[in-house]
Design a protein around this ligand. Sequence first.
Ligand code: SAH
Ligand code: ZN
Ligand code: ZN
Ligand code: ZN
Ligand code: ZN
Length: 441
Amino acid sequence: GPAALALLGPAPGAPCCPHGPALLFVKTSQGTEEGRRFYACSACRDRKDCNFFQWEDEKVSEARLAAREEYNRSQQPCFTHRQNVDRYKNFVLLQLSKRRFCQECQQLLLPAEWKKHSDHQFLCDITTAQLKTPSQLLYPLENKKTNAQYLFTDRSCQFLLNLLTDLGFRRVLSVGTPRLHEMIQSKAAQEEEFNVRSLLLDIDFRYSQFYTEDEFCHYNMFNHHFFGGEAARETCRKFLCEENGERVIMVTDPPFGGLVEALASSFKKLMAMWRETEKEGHDKREMPMFWIFPYFFESRILDFFPSFSMMDYQVDYDNHALYKHGKTGRRQSPVRIFTNLTPSMIVLPEEEGYRFCTVCQRYVSSGNQHCEICNSCTSKDGRRWKHCVLCKKCVKPSWFHCDNCKCCTLQKHSCEKTDSGCFVCGKAGHKRSACPSLSRS
Ligand code: SAH
Ligand code: ZN
Ligand code: ZN
Ligand code: ZN
Ligand code: ZN
């Protein structure tokens, strides 16, 4: 029968790959109750990026363990964060004509290193402005399965920043949001009255060239691993202390390749870190959070964070052809903000087509009609959805009720096809490429 892969999560005593502790998975095949368990890399879903694999019950020899440790060391970046901070200090002292950035190595070069990179492409005259916007200097790591670096448009980034400053937050834990971090840092440097601080946690070590240890931690959000060890963990913990009443919010925009349970487990650990910073008063509260993710993961996210709700705001990206803002005839972005803040506080811009629903007490897309039967604004994608009395819920406008399947679905589908669930929505009957959640407008 068809095989399925399930994540069992972070396990105590898990072996390490270059990306920190591996995660425990189980491969189940239909008909068998128990599948065999194995460890695989937490960060890389493409074997080409990290091929770590070990059966849970596998005996690993001392020699192989030593070789593995040696290999893990060899895979670490050639400069430490500290070294990169020192290099940066020297770099900014150089006159403009001597400031080079190697595009192949994605590295700021000091004059003594030019020779070593002589046959590489490089950029010259790196300005201070460029150093302040590293997300534009570095090329986005777009390989889908691992980094999936999709950068916010200026519009979306500005919206997020205004939103969280209007809500009174003064500290932002930016987990996988380098562009938001960079916007906060630049504004803080330029405007005296702007007093928001940000700490970036990201697996992309290239950012350590531009930020100090207090501004950036090399971090893996799939296993809550701080590459910088206890010192980096302490930096994060300190940042989460709300000294002088400076309120903290965490903003995260993880790669969409599944593993929601791994992300949720790490985010709960970050929330616990926040809770533990306060002696009293935090007991029942949760660290405020924006989790930016596609709407078709709504039920998965709510499974782990029942206090969250999904906002209608469409987050869009510069380098993602599919995820651009609607209204101009382009495709609509499926990416939304999930938050544990009270929905009515999340004010969405009317000039971009959002309105306030007084019944739902939240801002919704203008096309999102309040359904009297569901008693809620039910559309997930901004288009007007229609109520199906048989399914007892609202469905996409393009769907129809199939009497065979006893549910609403796409016109074109094969009835009762039950293979393993779709990668995106988890439902049976279709493959990821045909997932109705991804259907186009
Ligand atoms: N929209 C955001 C970027 C989101 S792209 C912005 O414009 O700021 C996803 C981000 O998560 C990237 O910065 C990527 O480097 C980071 N990332 C990918 N895998 C990660 C992991 N395992 N741990 C931590 N960060 C990761
Ligand atoms: Zn790995
Ligand atoms: Zn409503
Ligand atoms: Zn309805
Ligand atoms: Zn129906």
